[in-house]
Write a protein that binds this ligand. Structure first.
Ligand SMILES: *[C@@H]1O[C@H](CO)[C@@H](O)[C@H](O)[C@H]1NC(C)=O
Ligand SMILES: *[C@@H]1O[C@H](CO)[C@@H](O)[C@H](O)[C@H]1NC(C)=O
Length: 337
């Protein structure tokens, strides 16, 4: 991207120069004046150029800590543990001028609890263009790497993509969705990029961000939350350490978790494992109200409550946690509005 920016810029500049050179005759004083004018024009033109075309520069990429904090507090519901870990991890990494390795996060939890959404919030507070930035890359196992028999091709392709994109812009972000369905060999193939290398063949990966999303560990996290609920304790009392054991047991020992048999874990390449709690009725209502506002309607509590009430919850008797979380809410709401 940086190269492309410069190339485009160079083409524009030579275009401007040849137009100027075509004007004849030019007296010396006019030429001098013109040179000054061109220099001034080019300086402002360069700024204008960067203004309109996304480049790998601070104009387009800069971390907004206040923004991320605000978004996590007001847009993500029921995830006090994940919010804290994400805030700490991203801020620590982005304010370190010389990180020793790329940031590697692994987000775990039941479907609809906000893993994709958090990735979006991070992207929006780093890139001006958020998820539509040319430096943001999302890979979904079933969409990008569906056939096990093509695994060797996928490996080469993925390595090429990561190398290519990071050499264009060091501050690139890669999201791997559906890690549970990702072939373990594929993850192993990108391992060198996540490691503590100064550079690999002239490319440094230390400014990049890798985020893995998976349902692995979801059931164990649910169990912890359910135990708290049964003991009559507040959900907000749940601490990261209460979930860590649950998470490590399922992630490390589950051969379907996508991490199985990979050395990501042995080598401590994942900086943070981030647990997402299952959502309760009240969080579904919060999501619904936010979604209604996002759709341009006045949020009406009765409407959202009716919708939330008709969703599925588990355990069957107690109806504590939502099955689908906030994922289905956008489409469901359309029926009720
Ligand atoms: C950072 O985010 C805050 C809150 O969303 C916003 O008010 C502010 O304008 C942002 N700052 C920059 C530099 O984008
Ligand atoms: C960057 O990644 C995208 C996939 O997100 C890929 O299509 C593209 O070819 C990559 N660019 C380079 C230069 O490798």
């Amino acid at each position: 991207m940086r190269l492309r920016c410069w190339l485009l810029f160079a083409v524009c500049v030579s275009g401007c120069l040849s137009v100027t050179a075509g004007i004849e005759p030019i007296s010396t004083s006019i030429a001098v004046g013109m040179a000054a004018a061109i220099t001034g024009f080019l300086a402002s033109y360069q700024n204008a150029f960067y203004y309109f075309h996304e480049c790998c520069r601070p104009e387009w990429i800069s971390y907004n800590k206040t923004g991320l904090k605000h978004d996590l507090n007001t847009k993500l519901f029921g995830q006090h543990v994940a919010s804290q870990v994400i805030m700490k991890a991203v801020t620590g990494f982005m304010s370190n001028e010389n990180p020793k390795k790329p940031l590697v996060l692994s987000l775990h939890g039941w479907t609809g609890t906000g893993k994709n959404f958090v990735s979006q919030l991070i992207a929006e507070n780093i890139y001006q263009k958020g998820m539509s930035s040319g430096f943001f890359h999302l890979f979904t196992a079933t969409a990008h790497f569906p056939h096990e028999k093509h695994i060797e091709t996928y490996k080469t392709q993925l390595q090429e993509w990561i190398r290519g994109n990071v050499s264009i812009c060091a501050r690139s972000m890669f999201i791997f969705d559906e890690m549970d369905k990702m072939h373990p060999g594929l993850i192993d193939s990108i391992k060198p990029y996540l490691d503590f290398y100064d550079n690999l063949n002239g490319v440094s990966y230390r400014q990049a961000i890798f985020i893995f999303l998976s349902n692995a560990g979801g059931e164990n996290i649910v169990q912890v939350a359910l135990n708290f609920w049964k003991d009559g304790r507040e959900r907000e009392e749940i601490k990261l350490k209460d979930l860590e054991t649950a998470l490590s047991l399922s992630v490390f020992n589950n051969r379907n978790s996508g991490f199985w048999h990979t050395s990501l874990i042995d080598k401590n390449l994942v900086d943070f494992f981030v647990p997402f709690l299952p959502l309760e009725y009240r969080h579904i209502v919060q999501c619904g109200l936010a979604e209604m506002a996002a759709k341009g309607h006045d949020p009406v509590k009765e409407v959202v409550e009716q919708m939330a009430h008709e969703l599925n919850y588990f355990p069957k008797e107690e109806r504590v946690f939502s099955m689908q979380g906030c994922k289905v809410i956008s489409s469901r709401l359309d029926f009720y509005i």
